[in-house]
Design a protein around this ligand. Structure first.
Ligand code: NOJ
Length: 544
């Protein structure tokens, strides 16, 4: 199998906890997830990214790990995990898992031992100081919860460093013993059949902190990880969470020898600016700012993830524009930088607008990463705290708990959204399966055409000039496949003239669109688009 499988993959992210509960205790589990594989296969996704499912006190939704080599018992056992990975393989679905190496939970036995005993080898797994530095350069992520990066530990009688919450001490990645532990973690999960890792908080991992300093190039750490995972499994990938300026992306890709994939946070921010302004221009700008990836590298493009929609890549003024359009109430905003809503309610559940957004996602250069529930237009619950608003359970049917759990209890740990426009009585999988016009059926079709047009994932892109800023037109090319995608960001129909060469305009076959249009007039190069309309055209040697 190709080790470049990620170039034309469709990745689906989910948390075991909120997907499907098979044992009726009100918490999602691996058995439930295994039962849902037929659904995921039908949808057409080729890879599932599992958010953390390891033992954890769960003070940061599992990103606070207390044992890297196990499954939290509330989700099942290692046996259930292997059964899931094996069944997924039968369906042709790969599995990648979260890899959280920047920090552990304070509950991790390493930390418990470290704080008690300065002579134990675990002491140097973390980063300690006797005195809090007076003028340390602070790197604060959760302003409401953090009073700097150093927390006093009563047992140790010292301060430890934490990038995130104070219950998440940073690991001293520069310590060779920690690096050895990391290799055990990688090897363990790869041997259980996974195809790689989504790496958490990568730029934070590579920073010097207190006395923890990298000797030489910190990126060597990524090269070591990459070479180690590929020694274990040739097709294993690293998909890194790197929310920085695009000029720094190359630092993380290296010479094709570090991470294979980076999430495209930059483009994500400009997609929202484009939606807010009803103009294609911000996306054209963002694409120009991002370096084109080489054949071995790939960007992971996404619309929403499990966190806040972090808009830090925009200017303050641009961020305000997006807030005004999609999160006008203070309760919809979070951490002074983001939005805690899902896409469908942000777009007023406007079906045409939602389609435009996903049509764009599937056609932009990169590998699309979906989030569970977005395929049916799930909403958010703003009565829940912080990011929990977008972490409600999957809505399968109109039954109790939205079909997520057979629990007879009225209250289960993770509530489903019951009422309102996006509640499970109105929005659920079973209902949409029966309706050929549903968003779910649209999504299946979109995914299948996207996978046919391999040039979106594999190829280079080219922006096509038009006479209308509301419209984005781009061409993707790979070997004998060429696809043109045209998107109208405005809610009014339009005509747009495309500056296509003769070669580009000839033999284009319309393969995906929001409606049936009159054929594209090649002689005038004028194209009609409905409100939020989109059209994809493909030229392939197959058709010539
Ligand atoms: C990034 C994860 O996406 C987020 O959910 C988490 O809180 C932080 N890393 C800390 O692990």
């Amino acid at each position: 199998m190709s080790k470049y499988w990620y170039k034309n993959a469709v990745i689906y992210s989910l948390h075991v906890e909120s997907f499907m509960d098979a044992d009726g205790d009100g918490i999602g589990d691996f058995k439930g997830l295994t039962r849902s594989l037929d659904y995921l296969a039908g949808l057409g996704v080729s890879c599932v990214w599992l958010l953390p499912f390891f033992p954890s006190p769960n003070r940061d939704h599992g990103y606070d790990i207390s044992d890297y080599l196990n499954v939290d018992q509330k989700f099942g056992t290692l046996g259930h995990f292997v059964e899931f990975v094996d069944a997924a393989e039968e369906y042709g679905i790969r599995v990648i898992i979260d890899l959280v190496l920047n920090h552990t939970s304070v509950d991790h036995p390493w930390f418990q031992e470290a704080r008690k005993n300065k002579n134990s080898k675990y002491y140097n797994y973390y980063i300690w100081l006797d005195e809090k530095p007076a003028n340390s350069h602070e790197d604060i992520i959760f302003a409401h919860h953090q009073d700097g990066n150093w927390e006093y530990d009563e047992v140790a009688g010292q301060y430890f460093y934490h990038t995130f919450y104070q219950h998440q001490p940073d690991l001293n990645i520069t310590n060779p013993d920690v690096q050895e532990e990391i290799r055990y973690i990688l090897q363990f999960w790869l041997k259980l059949g996974i195809s790689g890792f989504r790496m958490d908080a990568v730029p934070h991992m590579l920073r010097n902190k207190g006395k923890s300093k990298f000797k030489g190039d910190p990126f060597k750490f990524l090269r070591d990880l990459r070479s180690f995972i590929q020694d274990q499994r040739n097709d294993a990938i690293l998909l890194a969470e790197v929310d920085t300026e695009p000029e720094k992306y190359e630092d993380f890709f290296g010479q094709g020898d570090q991470v294979q994939m980076l999430f495209n946070f930059y483009l994500n921010n400009y997609i929202y600016l484009a939606l807010a302004r009803k103009s294609g221009k911000p996306i054209a700008k963002a694409l120009k700012d991002i370096p084109q990836t080489s054949i071995k590298e790939q960007m992971g493009t996404f619309i929403r993830n499990h966190d806040e929609l972090d808009l830090e890549r925009l200017t303050k003024k641009e961020r305000e524009e997006v807030f005004k359009a999609f999160a006008p109430e203070p309760n919809m905003q979070i951490y002074g930088r983001g939005i805690r809503r899902r896409l469908a309610p942000m777009l007023g559940n406007n079906r045409a607008w939602i389609e435009l957004t996903y049509s764009l996602l599937f056609s932009l250069p990169g590998t699309p990463v979906l989030r569970y529930g977005d395929e049916i237009g799930m909403g958010d619950d703003l009565s829940l705290e912080e990011r929990n608003s977008v972490r409600t359970t999957m809505q399968w049917s109109m039954e109790n708990h939205g079909g997520f759990s057979a629990s007879k209890k009225q209250d289960i740990p993770l509530p489903a959204i019951k009422d309102g426009k996006n509640g499970y009585k109105k929005i659920n999988v079973h209902d949409q399966m029966r309706n050929p016009k549903s968003l779910l059926n649209w999504m299946e079709r979109a995914i299948s055409v996207r996978k046919e047009c391999r040039e979106f994932g594999w190829g280079d892109y080219e922006l096509i000039k038009t006479n209308n800023d509301r419209v984005l037109a781009h061409f993707c090319h790979w070997q004998n496949g060429h696809t043109l995608a045209v998107h109208n960001f405005n809610n009014k129909a339009c005509e747009v003239k495309l500056r296509l060469t003769k070669d580009q305009a000839d033999h284009l076959i319309e393969c995906f669109a929001d409606r049936r249009y009159t054929p594209f007039d090649v002689s005038t190069r004028i194209l009609k688009l409905g409100p939020f309309g989109y059209r994809w055209f493909r030229r392939s040697s197959l058709f010539l």
